[in-house]
Design a protein around this ligand. Structure first.
Ligand SMILES: [Zn+2]
Length: 508
């Protein structure tokens, strides 16, 4: 084994969960707050979220949606309007019961007993019910449909085992909520938005995903059908990166979203909801980061290029800084996928090595070093984050700016190719239960931390078979893929007839 020192310890294969925490810290993306389960998203992490938001928002608008904003608080009685929904979320609701504080007998602040709310308010874990109640007022006729709205917001789901970005009590997300005249239209919308997520994951996050339907046990509480995209990360577990729900008429009936149809009959609308969250950042880290820290795909990087002026001596400092600023200006005039290339010149009074390592750990796609010697030779040193930390290519100063967009694209492509190869290498068709159990059992692996992957195996469709596997191996059906060919086979659990393979994996 190579003893090369890495910037992150432990390394991925030594202790994946701890490596993940260390990457978040080393990249300066977020930290835990004094409120357990809630995170502080720092500028570099938030900059990444802003890029995710910006691109997704454009994709939502291009598919006909508009943004709006609904209240943070949901009256408790609204949650009860859909039975499966309230049951699904009851265990993780934060509830507001008072509206005033007062000084108690012990001299400490406490909620004033006289200020108890007549109806408690739930801090939204998701907004189907409050948005449904609003749509019920907006919709009278088929002419009022469809309603195509998205909301960027925070939500709260009380987490007993929080993990930064992956599972936090409060997280940021977007939730699309649409209402339609017919079941067919609502289903088309559900699928369209899942495809938006799939495209976004592939083209922006450089993360290949499987798209498909969830089995009943993994369905969103209150949905008729849930669709998802599932990614594989570097400990070979699955992570659900986005979901889109066909809600049927369940929420429309609960909230009273009724309309006069074209035939003059009163009918209930068909609704959908779909969302992605700051969990995408966790997905990105686990999919792309390495033993030297974060690796950010250029299309969502807060900064594409970092220029590192090397100024060992005062007499050359001025010339180096001038050259760095000139290159920065030339770079900003370049375009990458239609947007200006973003550049930061790091002029902090720190050693070149320290600065360079900071940006490696943050995962900036490109680093450009300029020193007095480079100036004399008329060149700069270009380093890519997808290559080794010591690798650098000398590029003539005059050509550097024009070359960067293709370097960025090349990094984007390389990250996707690497993630795809990794996933395919660890996805296996498995037909016997014995092999299935062995595939997912740590003790059969040389590296217990990292084993298994995705099993493509037949499933008869029975919830019982899923349950047995979940109990024995903590493995679940991640999705029933859209594009799987019809194929005769036998359920990997019970041997009953099956017409399709599904993806099984351990998951976050
Ligand atoms: Zn079965």
């Amino acid at each position: 084994m190579s003893e090369t020192k890495t910037a992150i310890t432990p390394r991925r294969e030594e202790d994946f969960p701890e490596w993940y925490q260390q990457v978040v810290r080393a990249a300066d993306m977020a930290e835990n707050s004094d409120v357990r389960g809630c995170m502080v998203i720092k500028p570099w992490g938030y900059g990444l979220w802003e890029q995710i938001q910006r691109h997704l928002d454009a994709m939502f608008k291009a598919t006909g949606h508009k943004n709006a904003y609904f209240p943070l608080f949901i009256p408790l009685s609204y949650m009860e309007k859909e039975a499966a929904h309230v049951e699904g979320f009851a265990k993780e609701c934060a509830v507001v019961t008072h509206h005033r504080l007062e000084v108690g007998a012990d001299g400490k602040m406490r909620p004033a007993p006289s200020a108890e709310l007549t109806e408690p308010l739930v801090v939204r874990p998701t907004s189907e019910t409050i948005i449904g109640a609003t749509y019920a007022k907006w919709v009278q006729s088929y002419r009022d449909l469809p309603i195509l709205i998205n909301q960027w917001a925070n939500v709260v789901r009380w987490e007993m085992r929080p993990r930064v970005f992956l599972r936090t009590a409060e997280f940021l997300w977007q939730e699309g909520h649409t209402a339609h005249e017919t079941a067919r239209e609502a289903m088309e919308e559900t699928e369209r938005m899942l495809r938006v997520y799939e495209t976004f994951a592939r083209e922006y996050l450089a993360v290949p995903v499987y798209a498909g339907e969830k089995s009943e046990s993994e369905r969103f509480p209150g949905a008729d059908q849930t669709f998802c995209i599932e990614a594989m990360v570097q400990d070979r577990k699955a992570i659900q990166a986005g979901t889109s729900h066909f809600l049927g008429q369940n929420f429309a009936k609960g909230s009273g979203i009724k309309f006069q149809s074209r035939e003059g009959r009163e009918e209930y609308a068909w609704t959908t909801s779909w969302g992605v969250s700051t969990r995408l950042i966790g997905t990105l880290i686990m999919a792309h980061a390495d033993d030297d820290g974060m690796v950010i795909p250029p299309r969502v990087a807060p900064t594409h290029v970092v220029i590192l002026p090397v100024t060992p001596k005062p007499d050359t400092r001025e010339a180096v800084l001038t050259a760095a600023e000139k290159l920065a200006a030339e770079l900003r005039a370049q375009r990458f996928h239609g947007d200006p290339v973003t550049v930061e010149v790091d002029t902090r009074d720190l050693g070149g090595g320290i600065k360079s390592w900071e940006w490696i750990k943050k995962g900036a796609p490109v680093r450009i070093a300029i020193g007095p010697r480079d100036l004399a030779q008329g060149s700069v040193m270009v380093s890519r984050r997808d290559r080794g930390p010591k690798e650098a290519e000398a590029v003539p100063m005059a050509e550097a700016a024009a070359k960067i967009p293709e370097v960025l694209q090349s990094i984007q492509d390389a990250l996707y190719a690497r993630a795809l190869a990794y996933r395919d290498e660890h996805t296996r068709c498995i037909d016997s239960r014995e092999e299935f159990v062995s595939f997912f059992t740590a003790k059969n692996s040389a590296k217990p931390e990292i084993h298994g992957g995705f099993a493509r195996s037949h499933w008869c469709g029975a919830g019982k078979c899923e349950e047995v596997i979940k109990e024995d191996l903590k493995v679940t059906i991640r999705c029933i893929p859209f594009d799987a060919p019809q194929e005769e086979g036998a359920c990997v659990v019970c041997g009953a007839k099956s017409g399709k393979r599904v993806y099984w994996a351990k998951s976050y």
